[in-house]
Design a protein. Structure first.
Length: 460
């Protein structure tokens, strides 16, 4: 009966373990990057900004096209109006031709009586359709379209900036999890090593070879190692929570990561500054800001140049009680507007625009210097981290060999328990330092690729 219960419990535990494993999601670095990019709200805002600037660009293009407008006006005045036309003798002309030409040479004896008009109210209607085509606007439409084109490009640069920030943030979170996870594996191996030693010391104590104090030394070391392991597991939980937050996942979900810390290669860094100057989105964005300011100056200048346009209108006017039918009349118009004098307003506005251009140029120069400095600093850190890995590898090899020799000497009675414990602790520290150095290098590798403008989705 006891055997059956044990078997059933074992099956239940296996099923629960399988369910836990099936519910857990294992992610690679590339998968984490893709998910973070898909989720990030600020990146979504940058994408919407791109759509917004594209819409403005299309709207700016319509300024080249004729505009069609329809208008209608109704006027009503309730005020009563009295009009009087006085009477008088009519003028005379020497001939019909003179009369038609308005040439009168005297007054006739024909008297025309006066007239009085009384209007209770006035109601009038006007309406029409007009088509207007700009011919010359001093370049305002042209440069406004140039600004709209630059706006689209600047929105793309802004999107790429945020895109790279998301990748860098994701990589930092990913390699933090990897580092803690690898250190937990080392800590577990270390605890197992101490557990084996504790069993050995217990056997030696039982047969009277070693005193109880030697056994207690191992117990104290193992207890401390188990406490450190507990802290590391808590750290792993926190690191995973942060990674899940970056990825937009449920914070209560179970995830694991698939990573490699063995492929450590030092990238080519000699042309790093030039690559950064050619590729960094910050510089491209600021260069376009300078261009934008230059176009704005030309738009301001256009406000003080002559403008030419033509329009065609088909309209009508009706005054109720006087004109009974709507009569539509076609009208063609040409317009030329020439600004003459505005107290130097245009000159001052263009001066202010030129000062904005100079400010943008200074900002670009300053940012160029900062980016060059950043590339140099990141290069030094990257090379330093690479050398740290080489040193850590040597230290790990030495610690491993030292532990092997110390264990052999301890078994032969040539080394003390303290010396063996120290050798095991040195081994664990060396392994941990190597893992930490590699994880930090991976983060710096991402920062380097970002610094030179070469960060892409395929960099694992």
């Amino acid at each position: 009966m006891k055997t059956k219960i044990t078997t059933i419990l074992s099956l239940v535990l296996v099923l629960l373990a399988n369910n836990a494993l099936s519910a857990q999601t294992t992610l690679t670095l590339e998968q984490c990057r893709n998910q973070a990019i898909e989720y990030n709200k600020q990146l979504k805002q940058a994408a919407l900004k791109k759509e917004e600037t594209n819409a403005y660009k299309k709207a700016a293009r319509t300024a080249y096209l004729p505009s069609l407008e329809a208008s209608a006006t109704a006027i009503y005045s309730p005020r009563e109006i009295d009009l009087s036309v006085p009477g008088g003798f009519l003028p005379t002309a020497g001939s019909l031709e003179a009369a038609e030409a308005g040439q009168f040479n005297g007054i006739s004896n024909v008297y025309s009586p006066g007239m009085n008009f009384h209007l209770d109210n006035i109601t009038a209607y006007t309406g029409g359709i007009s088509l207007t085509q700009p011919i010359f606007t001093g370049g305002k439409i042209f440069y406004s379209n140039k600004k709209a084109d630059l706006g689209v490009q600047m929105a793309e640069n802004g999107y790429q900036l945020k895109y790279h920030e998301v990748i860098e943030l994701t990589d930092q979170a990913f390699w933090q999890v990897a580092m803690v996870k690898a250190n937990i594996e080392i800590a577990e191996a270390y605890i197992k090593m101490l557990g084996d030693l504790k069993e050995t010391m217990t056997d030696m104590y039982n047969v009277g070879i070693k005193p109880v104090s030697e056994k207690l030394k191992v117990s104290v070391q193992k207890n401390e190692a188990e406490l450190n392991l507990l802290k590391a597991k808590n750290g792993l939980t926190i690191s995973k929570i942060y990674l899940k937050q970056v990825l937009g996942m449920d914070l209560n979900s179970e995830i694991d990561i698939d990573y490699q810390l063995d492929d450590i290669l030092l990238p080519e860094t000699q042309s790093g500054i030039q690559m950064a100057l050619n590729n960094r989105n910050e510089l491209q964005l600021m260069q376009k800001q300078v261009q934008m300011a230059e176009y704005e100056k030309k738009v301001i200048r256009a406000d003080y140049l002559p403008t030419v346009g033509v329009s065609a209108r088909y309209s009508t006017f009706n005054l109720e009680g006087i004109t009974d039918e709507l009569a539509f009349h076609p009208i063609l118009m040409g317009q030329v507007s020439i600004p003459l004098f505005k107290w130097g307003q245009g000159k001052q506005k263009q001066k202010a625009a030129q000062l904005v251009i100079q400010q943008k140029q200074e900002e670009l120069s300053h940012t160029t210097d900062l980016i060059s400095l950043q590339v140099m600093q990141t290069e030094v850190k990257l090379q330093e981290a690479f050398e740290a890995i080489k040193i850590a590898e040597k230290s790990e090899a030495v610690a491993k060999e030292s532990l092997s020799e110390t264990e052999a000497s301890f078994e032969a009675g040539l080394n003390t328990t303290t010396e063996l414990l120290n050798a095991q602790a040195d081994w664990q520290k060396a392994k941990s330092n190597l893992i930490n150095s590699k994880a930090q290098y991976k983060v710096l590798e991402t920062q380097w690729e970002k610094a030179i403008g070469q960060l892409s989705m395929n960099n694992d």
